[in-house]
Design a protein around this ligand. Sequence first.
Ligand code: NAD
Length: 354
Amino acid sequence: MQKLEFVYQARPGRVVFGAGSLQHLEREVLELGAQRALVLCTPEQRETAEMVAARLGARTAAVFDKAVMHVPIELAREARALARDLNADCAIAVGGGSTVGLGKAIAMDSGLPILAIPTTYAGSEMTAIYGITEGGLKRTGTDVRVLPRTVIYDPDLTVTLPVGLSVTSGINAIAHAAEALYSRDANPVISLMAEEGIASLARALPGIVANSTDINARSQALYGAWLCGTTLGSVGMALHHKLCHTLGGSFNLPHAQTHTIVLPHALAYNRQAAPDAMTRIARAIGADDAAIGVYELAKANGAPVALKDIGMKSEDVEKAAEIASSNPYWNPRPIEREAIHALLQDAFDGVSPH
Ligand code: NAD
């Protein structure tokens, strides 16, 4: 029996979950002690944001629809200035990780409370991790001020998420929970959430592929995303997240797809070093092996499995291996330059992680 010894850090935050839960928006804004909300979204989700704004009527200060990936600092400043000029006393982020990221950047300096309404499975709404891009460099850090105070998870808002992105975003969420299970600061409560989060998503994704408007499958997926996001916000991540950060940051590869492709290979790398975590991941997916299980889940649901298919160039494999190995960080298996290169080559080619 293993020795039980851990630190469990709960994150404050109120979660309102359920199909149709957007109906509670006004109640939740008032619960925050706020009167006027600046609603944030991407240009693509303007219509959804307008619908959210309409629910608040006169309590909406404006809709700011310029959220983009990687949170450019100029955009955060523009949104902050708008919130100030309009006397907004809270911001509502409706969308995926990019929009929630903009909300976090506003909260960081202004202290404005953020209410998040996630529409992907990325999980940013449950973490105090922020990222801001300034002068071409993305700076990331952790600060509890950026943690959304309230999160409304309404699966009705996720039915428009394209099937392809639903699958990759779901596996992005699974990646958080998988690494939480072998995290250096893993703890029993977060591990329970991780296993349940993976199982929920693995059950939900085939249902979404079969029928993207199946609200039960959408609810299962969003429930899983909440759990997986919580694990990301509570314990440290390892090799997989570092590799995806490198690939996204240095080669501009798309976030959710990159996570989907790399995860089976990161798990295969850590297979011998974290056997208990692998057993739990495999059990949650209903597979014999964690790495192969994730690979098959992606493939069976039509997700890309090769980095070469999402815009990576073959000469970048060497560079990525160099960057990922140059700055040592904790991982259950030590970082070995040659083995990392082989891992990335496998992910580039899209072979099964045997
Ligand atoms: P995203 O927010 O960039 O969204 C991708 C696209 O999908 C956007 O055009 C968006 O408008 C659209 N979209 C989102 N939901 C939709 C819906 N329901 N219907 C139709 N279209 C929809 O993608 P993402 O994967 O959610 O987030 C990725 C970003 O979030 C990355 O920059 C990543 O670094 C960041 N992130 C941060 C954390 C954190 O803890 N700080 C965690 C996870 C991700």
